[in-house]
Design a protein around this ligand. Structure first.
Ligand code: 8YV
Length: 326
């Protein structure tokens, strides 16, 4: 049986599945495995299953037998796919199984930021509720019939679109590398270039993978185009947004509020000004954190790894490395 290393705890059922096909070792502690430990563990293995595969050229020199890195995440921005191709190491990820959970959380942030749910929960619990019931101070921003602009209409973006149009009667604008005419016809969503999308949207949702062309795609100029009343939501990757520009936009009331699940540095630094802002919701990168979705991600990752090591084509090879399995 091929030797593999699993770099985080996974459900027993998934472990049992792997045990049928592989000889495995597992890092069974909650805290992340230290790099030095991981480098030791990968010396002998052909397969690695990891929550956030930071796979560099240097890393691969420590893993001379490695054939597959199975990311237990959909985002694989930490893969150096060029270095992996050179070594012919297959990279896989977990698309589809987390789309709905992330889209749900986007709506959680959108509702919370628009209607100021988190802010007022804090307010009530802190014993500050003395104003009359109809005080203007409690007014928020409607979600229904508002315009949402989705930047990135991929698998998750599409799920957000469906919730927005079918569930909340929103007008949906989108921007994407390629137009999705079928979705336009079926759901009435409207394509915009980024600038027009930013100008017209009440809620701006960015849902992009992180790569060279998306890094800081939202910065000072983009916040300037947004409505002063706009709510900005990011549940994808922190680095698609220039966080300093976001902070300035919020400080200068260029936008109304933000709902953030991701940050340029995670865990967020304790002195990040976002933490002091009442109109900003900060979550610890929990987009896919539900029992069912985490189970499905682990199982998908295991299936990808086992397939790669048993001469089958893994179902979810990352697109940059698909030629390795052809
Ligand atoms: C985390 C995610 O990466 O799938 C992704 O790309 O952002 C999340 O699901 C996951 O927390 C890593 O374990």
């Amino acid at each position: 049986k091929p030797k593999v290393f699993i770099a985080k705890p996974i459900p027993q059922e998934v472990e049992d599945y792997i045990a049928q096909h592989c000889e495995y070792k597992i890092w069974n502690k909650e805290e992340a495995i230290p790099k030095s430990e991981l480098l030791k563990e990968v010396a002998e293995v052909e397969g690695l299953m990891t929550p956030k595969g930071v796979i560099t050229k240097e890393f691969l020199t420590y893993a001379p037998h490695l054939k597959v890195v199975s990311n237990i995440a959909v985002g694989y921005d930490a893969f150096d796919t060029e270095a992996m191709r050179e070594r012919r190491v297959i990279g896989t990820h977990t698309p589809y199984v987390l789309d709905d959970s992330v889209a749900d959380l986007v709506f959680g942030l959108l509702l919370s930021a628009g209607r100021r749910i988190v802010e007022f929960d804090r307010y009530v619990k802190e014993g500050k509720w003395e104003k009359p019931l109809d005080s203007r101070e409690f007014y928020g921003k409607d979600i229904h019939h508002a315009t949402i602009g989705i930047i990135g209409l991929g698998r998750i973006g599409e799920k957000i679109m469906k919730r927005a149009s079918a569930g909340f009667d929103m007008k949906v604008l989108y921007h994407n590398r390629s137009r999705k005419i079928e979705l336009e016809n079926q759901y009435g969503v409207l394509y915009r270039d980024i600038d027009d999308l930013l100008r017209e949207s009440d809620y701006v949702v960015v849902m992009l993978p992180l790569n060279e062309s998306t890094t800081h795609i939202i910065g000072k100029g983009q916040f300037e185009l947004m409505k002063n009343d706009a709510v900005f939501i990011n549940c994808s990757r922190g680095k698609v947004v220039d966080e300093q520009a976001l902070i300035s936009a919020l400080q200068n009331n260029e936008i109304r509020a933000a709902g953030l699940d991701v940050f340029e540095i995670e865990p967020i630094e304790k002195d990040n000004p976002l933490l002091k802002m009442n109109n900003v919701i900060t979550l610890p990168h929990i987009g896919s954190c539900t029992n069912n979705t985490r189970f499905d991600m682990a199982m998908t990752a295991a299936e990808n790894m086992v397939a790669a090591l048993t001469n089958q084509t893994p179902p979810n090879v990352v697109k940059e490395l698909q030629d390795l399995v052809k």
